[in-house]
Each structure stands twice: as structure tokens, then as C-alpha cells.
Design a binder for this molecule. Structure first.
Ligand SMILES: [Zn+2]
Length: 127
């Protein structure tokens, strides 16, 4: 496992991590912490830390509903609404993803895979 990771690191530095880093399917969080519902902090096993706001995650939801124009409109309304977006529940899904429940709209169908969360927390660096 460690060996695999070292090999992958080498490969990713060859290709440039802009792409390679984001597609490593084996990376998993060591810890997922929700701070007062407003912020999620993930410690990744490669030692990096990602911080997400609840509204950032709500906006990034890729569930079937949120990919539809109706769902997109709903996201815009929730983000622009008077109540702050918060996370009211967090659940690990099958060792590959995290499910968040959002307030105020109660949205609960979003499954955020670890690679998707990792990519969201590690945007490509500017050249
Ligand atoms: Zn969704």
C-alpha cells in the first residue's frame, strides 16, 4: 500500500499533479470533522488538510437532482437565501464517500466521493 503510494507520487510528479493528483482513487480521509455545521475539515492520509464551507459543498453537490436545471435553480436560491447554509448531519457511505445533510433546504441526497472531495479541496495550481 505504501509502495503503491510512492509509485503513484512519482508518476504524478512526472505528469504534473494538475491532472494526476486528482484522479488517484485510493486516497482516503483520516478524519472528517464538521465545525459548528458551517465548515468541514478533512485530514487526508497524504497529510494535506482541506477546508470547505457548507455553502461550497452545497453548491458542488453532484446528485441527480442538483444536476438538473431545477436543482441548479434551487441551489442558487438556497445560497442567496436569508438563512446560512449549514450541515446538519454527516455520514460515511460505504468507505468511499461522505453524505451530507444540508440546512435550510434539508437536501440529503448528495454523495460526495473521496476523490471528488479531494479534487474540490485541491484546486489545480496556477502555472
Ligand atoms: Zn444534490
Amino acid at each position: 500500500m505504501q509502495q503503491h503510494r510512492r509509485q503513484w507520487r512519482r508518476a504524478s510528479s512526472r505528469v504534473g499533479h494538475r491532472y494526476a493528483r486528482l484522479v488517484d482513487p485510493s486516497i482516503v480521509p483520516e478524519r472528517v470533522e464538521v465545525s459548528e455545521g458551517a465548515e468541514v475539515v478533512i485530514n487526508w492520509e497524504d497529510g494535506t488538510v482541506s477546508t470547505y464551507s457548507a455553502s461550497q459543498l452545497r453548491a458542488a453537490c453532484q446528485c441527480a437532482e442538483c444536476r438538473e436545471p431545477f436543482g441548479q435553480k434551487k441551489i442558487e436560491e438556497v445560497l442567496a437565501g436569508p438563512e446560512p447554509v449549514t450541515i446538519t448531519a454527516t455520514k460515511l457511505v460505504g468507505g468511499y464517500a461522505v453524505n451530507f445533510v444540508f440546512s435550510p433546504d434539508g437536501h440529503s441526497t448528495g454523495i460526495f466521493s473521496f476523490p471528488a472531495l479531494y479534487a474540490l479541496g485541491h484546486p489545480p495550481e496556477e502555472p
